[in-house]
Write a protein that binds this ligand. Sequence first.
Ligand SMILES: [Zn+2]
Length: 151
Amino acid sequence: MNGGSWRRYLLGVVRRFGYALLLRCPRCGRGPVLSGWFTVRRACAACRFRFDRGIDGYFVGAGCLNLVVAELVFAVGLLITLLLTWPDPPWNAMLIAGIPMMIAVPLLFFPHSRTIWIAFDMIFHPVETHDDDDSSEAGSGAVDDSDPSTR
Ligand SMILES: [Zn+2]
């Protein structure tokens, strides 16, 4: 890739993450990804991009991302509290605040973990025609991953 195509590629990646933060389809930015706080739509209503890419367990990575974010929020909060209150940290208050925080953060971040995961996956797994909902349903243009002899 030359400099111009790298810049265009990076702008595309940044744009996809921007759409993901807005809970919009990372491919087109128009359709909503979720139909409820915990429910990912099957496909984009605008461009028909299939959000699970047709892969069983696709959102396991989103669950891991959600866990990592919750742990990071806890670790940063712990570090800031220790730095601000050392040498006498409020251990009991930290315990009382930390437990509900570790429950609330994954619940609050759940929708973004899904959309950010899709945008992240698109970096390593570029969109192809079989990622569209209509082609995978009809079978036209779909890649059959079940037969290893075709690879
Ligand atoms: Zn879309």
